[in-house]
Design a protein around this ligand. Sequence first.
Ligand SMILES: NC(=O)c1ccc[n+]([C@@H]2O[C@H](COP(=O)([O-])OP(=O)(O)OC[C@H]3O[C@@H](n4cnc5c(N)ncnc54)[C@H](O)[C@@H]3O)[C@@H](O)[C@H]2O)c1
Length: 451
Amino acid sequence: MSKQIEIKPAKGKLGILTPGMGAVATTFIAGVVAARKGIALPIGSLTQMGTIRLGKRTEDRNPLIKDFAPLAGLDDIVFGGWDVYSDNVYEAALEAKVLERPLVEALKEDLQKISPMKAVFDKKYVRNLDGTHIKTGATKMDLAEQLMADIRAFKANNGCDRVVMVWCASTEAYTEPSDVHTTLEAFEEGLRNNDERIAPSMIYVYAALKSGVPFANGAPNLSCDIPAMLELAHKTKTPIAGKDFKTGQTLMKTIVAPGLHARALGVKGWFSTNILGNRDGAVLDAPENFKTKEVSKGSVLDGIFNAEQQPDLYGEIYHKIRINYYPPHGDNKESWDNIDIFGWLGYGMQIKINFLCRDSILAAPIVLDLALFMDLAQRAGMVGIQEWLSFYFKAPQTAPGLPPQHDIFKQLSKLENTLRYLMGEELITHLGLNYYEDLVKEYEEMIPAHH
Ligand SMILES: NC(=O)c1ccc[n+]([C@@H]2O[C@H](COP(=O)([O-])OP(=O)(O)OC[C@H]3O[C@@H](n4cnc5c(N)ncnc54)[C@H](O)[C@@H]3O)[C@@H](O)[C@H]2O)c1
């Protein structure tokens, strides 16, 4: 057994701050409050419902993850955040229409106490929104300082021991990293000069990391995925992770594709289309915002199929993704996948997947798990990019030059082994030859010695 890493205990309150208090954030908050009251179960959350195998299969040690790793408990969480609309969480949850009214009403007392702080917002990055609950400041540095003051005040007013931030705000317009994003010095200069290439999400990241607050990015915009923020994360010894919660269609893709790849089946084409009618869908209706999503969703299959390594199977794959805004469906997204595959001797087959999913129901447990694991990472002294959390992301952030792992099963092994490593448990390789040693011996002894 390896030595256990020293992990500070999860004592006191953990503040979870979400820039963006829309469908995902309110579903997350309402869910945790409901679970606390025993009204519902936190299904889909690995930290709350998942188990982890320890030691040999025959030892039968499979504790719940929350009983194994020293995570903050649900009762110790305090919620807060920012939004461009001033609705409190009760009002925003009703507006989002993800959860049924009776459930939201049952939680009203708790939810209406949580109101968003004024947002850092720039319409250039999200043109389909027009909220007015917005901070003003002469420079982007001023805005960053206001966010830092918000974090300090939140922590003090709620008696929090620690705080983490999970981006749950709208997807910003597509941006490529450029010189202002390259070093911390250039970035800070840009904040003071109001460089327009600094997106609001990056101002939140800057404020979080400067305050020693871990930051996880649930949307596909760059935010912490730029060298300047990596530098800051290391400087302040703070964990970061991203990007884009892996839910819905991409979740399905990273479940199905590794299976096809595992059996060396070929893929000719993968057509994915979505219809959704929530505010996220409205934002993604703008081409510059959709572009950000398209890039984040697009890399998943390349990473799993690796066409260069197996050109006969995956060299010709045609991957197309569409998102269509269709208000009648609300948050209940519908996705269709048509997958053209081929097998032995090149004979073709088709798979059709029609997933009638609930986007925010799939995303909410991810917010909880990320918050709890990012807090654990910080207490365990893990700094910078937390690749072991790529399980939760469509476009996992990795060390520069390191290809991300998209296969959900490999991501899960990585996550589990990281927990075992932190807790001083043996890593599991699934080799398993030792189970057969006794059998081999037994049968060898049965064979009569003859010459
Ligand atoms: N639901 C999912 O399955 C899923 C999956 C992956 C990623 N995401 C991403 O998560 C994010 C949230 O999704 P949602 O369905 O809750 O969307 P939503 O539109 O319901 O909520 C986003 C909220 O962010 C607010 N906002 C926008 N810019 C802001 C800013 N600069 N500061 C503070 N608040 C701001 C908006 O006013 C809105 O209330 C989106 O970026 C979405 O793409 C969602």
